[in-house]
Design a protein around this ligand. Structure first.
Ligand code: NAD
Length: 688
């Protein structure tokens, strides 16, 4: 696993553990032994660590997590490297990630090749670096930058590594030779170690670090890895190096077993898995997408057009009238202008992106587009008219996508004579910001159209999850259960602020009623009117002209454009009146009970969604909720959360709710009941 050569007084140790040189037990032991030999050999003046294959070292061996540790442990190996007494230089030709970068950080210098990528992605896996990375990285690049790099988890390239001080030199020629030369110039005796750059982190850098840490904690409340990362970097200011490294190790080990950290790790792998679309072969041919059209320049159409322009794809935005078009284009320009004002976009980039957006009245220009995304009014008649026209106008092979939230995409496809080209691209609002896109596969969607839509979504920087056709697809269909449960709770005795408080306590950034006020109550009202649905409280609010924040009143009061609502006695009286009209005796509910009553019906619907094949895996549902609906990341999504409660408990609770309300829909779905009876979780479900 480690090749040893002595070249001109330098021992070159080359790691070889395909495919990514993961630092499993075997490689650690081999490296430890090779290092010992090199240090004992009097003819060896310095050591170079290199690696074979595409990757330098991809990281720890994740399969060892949760197993009893087998020495040599990585921290011990790194301590020996650090204190080697002979200079050790890392020659990094490819990716050095996680434990791989920590290995390089324990060397006395780092030379990188042009394809090197250096990063500590542990935070993405719910962890923190656990082998000195949190102490050595800040000593090289500064505490604030080091913290930010570990928080984001994204690797930096070779040039950036040299620029920030993470690497000592970039070598485009013979990397190992350059590392050898550098190792010899570092001299004999005690080489300067990264830790010698300061027994503690520079106190002058503390204020900037603390500001960045506070911001991170605010954005990721409840996420134990982010809190641990901040604490451990902070320990670097307060504790000497060895003590801070011990603090880091203790926090790392605690995270490995923390259910919140496990949920984050689960979510990472669930998200990766969504790329595998069942029934879609990897080598499915793709259609070329070089231009786009968006029908409708409203809230969603405007945001979707920005996505195309951002990705360098020219887009024509189509409206029925000049005024609506101009309003839409103005809104897009204003969105870019505010990015320029914030400093996240340059004037030149804004001009370049706006130049990719053309406006048009009437569908004729859709003829030139490789993909058309329809984002007009949510009415079947409107969609049918548009798709029937597109069927005539669009070029052969163009993908015809709809952004509909609820409507039957198979019926929309019926309006065309090319149903194989039709699918859903369900973006979330604001479309230029939200990462999730539900890619809706119709009954007759062609495989190459589906594969192309998935690729395109990724090109737009989105996270596509493929789902099937049903009312509301995955996300909104489950959300409808939560909305119904919210209404039920109001009538049964809870007040909007109590429900919202329980939900934010659970970890959501906003409760359902504050959220409804923000989005506008008329959205749901219109859908209910179209589908015959009823929500006595919300309907009464809408009838009274209380449409949410935009009218200054909804479930809450928003005096003078306030963004957080205040309790309104009028609403509370209305709820009590409505409950009395329905003959309901109100009572109080605990926060826990509120959460169960809101979320478990969603889980139940999730089980039906799996049974019907609308979503392929529980992880797909969780990915949707984590990325489109702000489900708290550290709870891993509704299905993972339910598994944590135990499906037997979930089933019993649902039986209780069903019994109390007389609502048969709340009875455990057959899949849930079966898994519960077998003592299994959704994670054990083998698929349909
Ligand atoms: P919107 O009312 O803001 O915009 C719709 C736009 O379409 C209007 O500007 C209208 O003039 C235009 N339009 C209507 N008929 C047209 C036609 N025949 N040709 C060209 N333009 C036409 O609505 P929105 O919120 O942007 O929603 C658009 C679609 O996206 C709906 O299907 C909706 O269900 C869906 N959607 C909305 C959201 C959301 O949060 N708003 C989220 C996901 C999906």
């Amino acid at each position: 696993m480690v090749r040893e050569e002595i070249q001109g007084g330098v021992a070159v140790l080359t790691l070889s553990n395909p495919p990514v040189n993961a630092l499993g037990h075997g490689l650690r032991a081999a490296l430890d032994a090779a290092l010992e030999r090199a240090l004992a050999d009097a003819s060896v003046r310095a050591v170079v660590l290199a690696a074979e294959g595409k990757v330098f070292v991809g990281g720890a061996d994740i399969s060892e997590f949760g197993q009893p540790p087998r020495p040599p442990l990585l921290p011990d190996l790194l301590a020996r490297l650090d204190g080697a007494g002979k200079p050790v230089v890392a020659a990094i030709h490819g990716a050095a990630l996680g434990g791989g970068l920590e290995l390089a950080l324990a060397c006395h210098a780092r030379v990188v090749g042009p394809k090197a990528k250096l990063g500590l992605p542990e935070v993405k896996l719910g962890l923190i670096p656990g082998a000195g990375g949190t102490q050595r990285l800040p000593r090289l690049v500064g505490p604030e930058a080091g913290f930010a790099m570990m928080l984001g988890g994204e690797p930096v390239d070779a040039a950036k590594a040299v620029e920030t001080g993470l690497a000592d030199a970039l070598e485009t020629g013979d990397l190992v030779a350059a590392a050898r030369t550098l190792a010899l110039t570092l001299g004999e005796g005690t080489p300067v170690r990264v830790r010698d750059r300061g027994e503690r982190l520079d106190p002058a850098a503390r204020t900037a670090f603390e500001a960045r840490a506070a911001e991170a904690l605010k954005k990721a409340p409840g996420q134990p890895n982010v809190a641990a990362l901040a604490d451990v970097v902070r320990a670097g200011f307060d504790q000497p190096f060895d003590e801070a490294v011990a603090t880091e190790r203790a926090r790392f080990l605690a995270l490995v077993d923390d259910p919140r950290s496990k949920a984050l790790r689960y979510a990472f792998f669930a998200e990766r898995e969504t790329a595998r679309v069942p029934g879609l072969a990897k080598d499915t041919p793709r259609r070329a997408i070089a231009s786009a059209a968006v029908v409708g320049a409203g809230t969603m159409g405007g945001g979707i057009a920005l996505c195309f322009a951002n990705a360098g794809i020219p887009v024509v935005v189509i409206e029925t009238e000049r005024e609506a078009l101009d309003r839409g284009l103005d809104r897009m320009r204003a969105t870019y202008a505010s990015s320029v004002k914030r400093g996240s976009l340059t004037e030149a980039a804004m001009a370049e992106r706006m130049a990719r957006i053309t406006g048009a009245v009437g569908l004729d220009l859709a003829a030139d587009a490789d993909i058309v995304v329809e984002a007009a009014f949510e009415e079947m008649g409107v969609k049918e008219t548009i798709f029937s026209a597109l069927s005539r106008i669009a070029k052969p092979g163009a993908i015809l996508a709809t952004n509909t939230s609820y409507l039957d995409i198979d019926r929309i496809a019926d309006a065309t004579d090319r149903p194989g080209d039709v699918l859903g691209l369900h973006f979330f609002s604001p479309a230029n910001v939200m990462r999730l896109v539900e890619v809706v596969r119709g009954a007759r969607t062609a495989p190459d159209a589906l594969a192309t839509a998935n690729d395109l979504a990724r090109r737009l920087g989105k996270l596509p999850v493929t789902v099937g056709v049903c009312f509301g697809f995955v996300g909104n269909r489950m959300l409808a259960q939560r909305s119904a449960a919210g209404e039920r709770l109001l009538l049964a005795g809870a007040l909007p602020h109590e429900v919202d408080a329980a939900v934010t306590e659970f970890g959501f950034r906003m409760g359902p009623f504050a959220m409804a006020d923000l989005a506008g109550l008329d959205i749901g009202w219109r859908t209910r009117k179209a589908t015959g649905g009823k929500a006595p409280v919300a309907d009464a609010l809408c009838e009274a002209g209380r449409l949410g924040q935009k009218t200054g009143k909804g479930f809450y009061l928003y005096p003078e454009g306030a963004r957080t609502g205040a309790r309104d006695p009028e609403v509370e009286a209305l709820i009590e009146r409505t409950a009395a009209e329905h003959g309901i005796t109100r009572r109080s509910f605990s926060s826990e009970d509120i959460v169960a009553r809101l979320m478990l019906p969603m889980v139940n619907e999730g089980a039906r969604i799996l049974e019907e094949g609308i979503a392929a895996r529980p992880g797909d549902i969780d990915t949707i909720w984590l990325n489109g609906y702000n489900w708290p990341a550290w709870r891993g999504g509704p299905m993972h959360w339910a598994d944590g409660l135990g499906l037997a408990t979930v089933a019993a609770e649902l039986e209780r709710f069903s019994h109390e309300t007389g609502d048969g829909n709340l009875r455990p779905a057959p899949l849930l009941a079966r898994l519960a009876a077998e003592g299994k979780g959704f994670a054990d479900w083998g698929g349909r």
